[in-house]
Design a protein around this ligand. Structure first.
Ligand code: CTP
Ligand code: CA
Length: 221
């Protein structure tokens, strides 16, 4: 009921999002991931659809159901997420990067399951840096309106403002990692060129609806 009565602030707009963690293989049965549940990204996807947008969600592995009316593309690695975004970005009006993307992948991943070795109880992994999906989209000549998310552990006000400028995006949404990962509620700080404002702690769907209105207002001006 509440969903159907959201103001249609994104009517006719096309929205692309990333959500969830990525999974970077070590071998065919193991890998490296992070504590992102995908709840915030899925809530934003749902809120964008409620607001009248046509929504494509590129999602890392999560336990969540596809939000009603949303087109979901499932990926595992950061590279796959990058490729899916780049294939789908043309014609989008808004890109919201909510995913917790692994900054590095295992460069010496094994094609076979690794076995314990009687003579050596260590394992050496090498890492290579993943592409920055948000920076890639923000650098496109015909770029959509770009919104980033940043999960910090401290100094949110300084890091958030600096990250927005470094990423060259109009809006960055900051939160504190250990106060959001896996939880149903969160609080957000919005950084734009005017400064920062806060959306106080609430459930993620409520915050996502507020965020969509904040984004739509900035896209219109
Ligand atoms: N992001 C991305 N691709 C990456 C890394 C990050 O698209 N390879 C996006 C995230 O989805 C998020 C934003 O960039 O919207 C900020 O992510 P964050 O990890 O906070 O920024 P980094 O530039 O990776 O900086 P840090 O060294 O603090 O991790
Ligand atoms: Ca990062």
């Amino acid at each position: 009921i509440i969903a159907a009565f959201q103001p249609k602030v994104l009517a006719g707009r096309r929205v692309l999002l990333t959500a969830g963690p990525t999974f970077e293989p070590i071998d065919p049965v193991r890998g490296i991931t992070n504590l992102s549940s995908g709840k915030m990204g899925y809530a934003v996807a749902r809120a964008a659809r409620e607001a009248g947008a046509e929504v494509t969600l590129v999602s890392g592995p999560t336990a969540l159901e596809i939000p009603y009316g949303v087109r979901r593309i499932d990926v595992q690695t950061a590279q796959q997420m990058h490729d899916a975004v780049m294939v789908n970005v043309a014609g989008q009006d808004l890109f919201v990067a909510v995913a917790a993307v692994a900054d590095w992948r295992v460069a010496n991943a094994s094609g076979q399951k690794l076995k314990k070795n009687a003579d050596d109880d260590t394992l050496h992994l090498e890492f290579a840096q993943n592409p920055d999906i948000l920076a890639g989209v923000a650098a496109l000549p015909q770029r959509p309106y770009c919104v980033g998310f940043a999960a910090e552990s401290e100094n949110l006000e300084q890091y958030g403002a600096a990250k927005r400028v470094k990423k060259n995006i109009p809006l960055l949404v900051g939160n504190i990692g250990h106060q959001t990962f896996g939880r149903d509620d969160n609080s957000l700080t919005l950084f734009d060129e005017q400064g920062h404002t806060s959306l106080p702690r609430a459930d993620k769907q409520t915050l996502a609806r507020q965020l969509v209105r904040e984004i739509a207002r900035r896209m219109a001006s």
